[in-house]
Design a protein around this ligand. Structure first.
Ligand code: TRP
Length: 324
């Protein structure tokens, strides 16, 4: 039976970009395979942050994940810093990871270029990610395309450790890419992301959602109602593919190409389908907000289960490495 592990930054409330890019896939997978989903607060502290903020965002991410359908009875949902073995294994992996590989990671170069002073932890971020996965000997990692390079490095770390200390001990984790391609922000300029302020929150009120959707960028060729468009370059069409039934998606493409309707008509239909999927998610979120213990208890139980496995792995790792 495969075992999956995936992680998400504690950015607070989920937005539809990370829902479609990862979380919806996890919700599906938890029914099929043994699943570990981790809110990675140790990763979050590699960039400047405020402690109170981090605590709130970590809780909100746990709540959002449960509202989105992550079921603690089906899946081990936990917060990374509750299982300190993550950092112990990361330290160990640091001793076998080539510096050059870390300096070549595109995410590191991107993030470092936007920082005045770069912490060593930012460089070592993917080493901690390898530790997350391998601590549970997970063989499959459901992620978006942007994590493929980090996973290549995880496999290299597994190979190197195995070669020195224990043949076949760690599996080489493979990515399992999310079916939905990455979702652009409503400005149509870049990937939907919290730091760019172009997101739609998963738990936003319908009115607020419509206020963002209505002026969202479409195919710029559709200046007037009667100008035909190309759905392939329209972000709204890609959102239809994610939320609307196949027959509607076909209809959207045709009506766009033939100027059979205007962009606002198209957005209204999207809004309906979006609400059909998000209404039960919002309802679950409200129930969890009314009773936050449901979230903290689930995270406690998740950390206890994860901790048991992590301790077992670390005992063997120390043994094979001559530690203690
Ligand atoms: N780096 C991932 C991201 O930013 C988050 C992450 C941390 C992760 N540890 C992981 C993803 C382990 C998959 C597996 O999205």
């Amino acid at each position: 039976m495969p075992r999956i592990f995936s992680g998400i930054q504690p950015s607070g409330e989920l937005h539809i970009g990370n829902y479609l890019g990862a979380v919806r896939n996890w919700v599906q997978l938890q029914h099929e395979v043994e699943s570990f989903i981790c809110v990675v607060d140790y990763h979050a502290i590699t960039l400047p942050y405020a402690p109170e903020d981090l605590r709130r965002r970590t809780f909100e991410m746990g709540l959002s994940l449960m509202a989105a359908g992550i079921d603690p009875a089906k899946c081990t949902l936990f917060v990374q810093s509750r299982v300190p073995e993550h950092t112990e294994l990361a330290w160990i992996f640091n001793t076998i990871t080539p510096l050059g590989e870390l300096e070549r990671q595109t995410q590191f170069k991107d993030k470092a270029s936007r920082q005045e002073s770069v912490a060593a932890g930012l460089l070592n971020y993917p080493v901690l990610q390898a530790a997350d996965i391998l601590l549970y000997k997970a063989d499959t990692v459901p992620v978006g395309e942007d994590q493929v390079q980090h996973l290549e490095l995880s496999r290299e770390i597994a190979r190197r450790w195995n070669a020195r200390f224990g043949d076949g001990f760690f599996p080489e984790p493979q990515p399992r890419l999310t079916p939905t391609r990455r979702i652009m922000g409503l400005d149509g300029q870049a990937k939907m992301s919290k730091s760019l302020g172009n997101t739609v929150g998963l738990l936003e009120k319908p009115d607020d959602m419509w206020a963002k959707l209505r002026p969202a960028v479409t195919d710029p060729a559709r200046v007037r109602r009667e100008d035909p468009g190309n759905p392939e370059i329209c972000n709204i069409y890609h959102l239809h593919k994610a939320f609307s039934p196949p027959a509607t998606v076909d209809e959207v493409a045709t009506k766009c190409r033939t100027a059979g309707w205007g962009c606002i008509d198209c957005k209204k239909v999207l809004f309906e389908n979006l609400n059909a999927e998000l209404t039960p998610i919002r309802a679950r979120a409200e129930a969890l907000q009314a009773d936050p213990r449901l979230v903290t208890d689930a995270l406690d139980a998740g950390a206890a289960h994860a901790g048991t496995i992590a301790k077992g792995t670390m005992a063997e790792v120390r043994q094979r490495m001559g530690l203690r």
